[in-house]
Design a protein. Structure first.
Length: 211
């Protein structure tokens, strides 16, 4: 994928994808403090200037609850990847298309594509509309972000109320809360592919829909 890196180039990373997923799953199991400090990939606190440089505090953008960073990629690249994560998950938090367009490449590929979802940027756009038809007040909490080389691993918590409809089932206003973990592969300036897993068992049980 030429947008990602030159042919034959080695993808830089301080943690392997497996380690990143393991760290995210450990966070999912154990939870993190809401005001957790920013760390580097070695779990050492980063100097105070780093959080302000890495996280975009613009109104409307979701803010990560905790952030772990591979400092070897440099502040500029780290800030770029954190900003892409904020844009992508602001899309999931709001359903506003402009955030999705800013975050992912037109050549974006979903490597864990669910049945019935189109490949490419149309996939997450359709998924968001489908979710919001069931849960119009859906929010996305960016609980943990791990920036490792050219990959972003995120632990997410989705919340809302089932007041719409899904697969012919009409909601009664019941609360919905489920978790997800994403791995986003960043190219030159946007996300070019991803892998993701959602707690669909919990979601469908809360919706009262049999999978």
């Amino acid at each position: 994928m030429s947008e990602t890196r030159p042919r034959g180039a080695v993808r830089p990373r301080a943690l392997t994808r497996t380690a990143a997923v393991a760290a995210a799953l450990a966070a999912l199991a154990g939870g993190t403090a809401a005001a957790a400090p920013v760390h580097d990939a070695g779990r050492h606190p980063i100097p105070h200037a780093w959080p302000e440089r890495l996280v975009d505090r613009s109104p409307g953008l979701v803010q990560p609850k905790a952030l772990t960073v591979d400092r070897s990629i440099g502040a500029r690249r780290a800030a770029q990847e954190v900003h892409l994560a904020q844009q992508l998950y602001t899309f999931w938090n709001t359903g506003q298309q402009q955030y999705l367009d800013a975050a992912i490449s037109p050549r974006f590929r979903d490597n864990t594509l669910p049945p019935g979802r189109p490949q490419g940027p149309a996939g997450p756009a359709l998924a968001s509309r489908t979710f919001r038809a069931a849960v119009p007040d859906l929010t996305c909490e960016l609980s943990d972000v791990l920036v490792t080389g050219d990959e972003i691993t995120a632990r997410l918590v989705f919340r809302g109320h089932f007041t719409g409809s899904f697969n012919g089932v009409h909601g009664r206003g019941q609360a919905v809360e489920f978790n997800a973990i994403d791995i986003q592969h960043v190219g030159t300036d946007r996300i070019v592919e991803d892998w993701h897993i959602e707690d669909n068992t919990a979601l469908l049980a809360q919706l009262g829909v049999h999978g």
